[in-house]
Design a protein around this ligand. Structure first.
Ligand SMILES: O=C(O)CCC(=O)C(=O)O
Ligand SMILES: [Fe+2]
Length: 333
């Protein structure tokens, strides 16, 4: 099959979700896909999801019109996208990064998108709001399918609804301008860093791009693999909150963005983010019988973890989650 052939060449899992929705549990295909999802998130923490349920038309209007219009706004306007929480507002103007990004909280709810839109366009921009909201809602369905599949596999599906209720969706839209041409250099040197290597702190991230590659994932031997999603695909990445909640059954991979000199890259990433006061604690069902005390991480509230990540100690940690709450670590939380 074509999907399997290209997956073999890609060196990372590619999973076909076509035709599946959140009402599909129990169908034979749901179970087959669920097995692949668990295997992918356990082994490398990410996979390519073929999800044509989000139409090509919607993707084209997002990347072809809306994002260009948004990033063309004056810097002063974009800087209105602020928040008292880390990673919830404008990011950019960092000298060594070819990167600018805006955050839309509650992007799958009309009032969430509207409050962002009215900051950017005080006169209103209903076309932008409708498009972003409908895109986020459709991608949120993939997020829910993946989370439900993982919980089912872990025998922890009774927590699914409560977990969904204690998360919010944030859509981060990012522009990575093409690197200035440097013809004399080898191709790797013609790339510029778009985003430094990091692990996502939240539960899941679902990345959609404008067919300009640049997302790279760390491989088991410490190298990088460039992900090259098809036009109907998304990249699903697990974050630290999911790693901790699943008692390490799900892995949260290191990734970065490299920018080439051919074209500007745009991405839209839907993050599922625990509420700040949510206590991330793996359920008893996931205790590890073979090792005492059975849990790899001490329980913590999500907001404290994110605040730790932006301290000097957090920024210097090779693995922030282990440093903050790994049971082998003596730090008090
Ligand atoms: O732009 C992307 O493709 C992903 C960026 C990313 O990793 C992030 O914003 O956390
Ligand atoms: Fe990320």
């Amino acid at each position: 099959m074509a999907l399997e052939d290209s997956a073999a060449k890609q060196k990372y899992p590619k999973i076909d979700f076509s035709g599946l929705d959140i009402a599909s549990p129990g169908k034979p295909r749901w179970e087959a896909v669920r097995e692949q999802v668990m295997e992918a998130l356990a082994s490398c923490g990410f996979f390519e999801a073929v999800f044509p349920q989000v139409t090509q038309e919607l993707r084209e209007s997002l990347f072809g019109t809306a994002m260009k219009e948004l990033f063309a706004l004056p810097l002063d306007t974009k800087l209105r996208n602020t928040s008292n929480k880390p990673f919830h507002g404008y990011l950019g103007q960092i000298p060594y990064l070819s990167y600018e990004s805006l955050a839309i909280l509650d992007a799958s709810l009309p009032q969430g998108v509207d409050s962002f839109t009215s900051l950017m366009w005080p006169g209103g921009n209903p076309a932008f709001s409708e498009m972003v909201c409908s895109f986020s809602k459709q991608v949120a369905e993939l997020d829910e399918i993946v989370r439900k599949m993982i919980l089912e596999t872990l025998g922890a599906e009774k927590y699914h609804k409560t977990l969904m209720e204690s998360h919010r969706f944030l859509l981060r839209v990012s522009e990575y301008p093409a690197a200035p041409p440097k013809q004399q250099q080898a191709s790797e040197e013609r790339q510029q860093l778009g985003l430094v290597p990091h692990r996502d702190k939240n539960t899941l991230a679902i990345v959609c791009q404008n067919q300009v590659d640049g997302l790279e994932m760390e491989t088991s031997d410490g190298g990088w693999v460039v992900v090259t999603p098809s036009p109907a695909s998304f990249i699903v990445i697990a974050g630290d909150a999911f790693r901790a909640w699943s008692n390490g059954r799900v892995y949260s991979p290191l990734h970065r963005i490299m920018v080439g000199e051919e074209a500007t890259r745009y991405s839209a990433i839907l993050f599922s983010i625990p509420e700040d006061d949510m206590v991330i604690r793996a359920p008893q069902e996931l205790a590890d019988d073979h090792h005492s005390p059975g849990f790899k991480f001490k329980p913590f509230d999500y907001g404290s973890y994110v605040r730790f990540c932006v301290t000097e100690e957090g920024m210097n940690a090779s693995c922030q989650l282990d440093a903050f709450c790994g049971v082998a670590n003596q730090q008090q939380v």
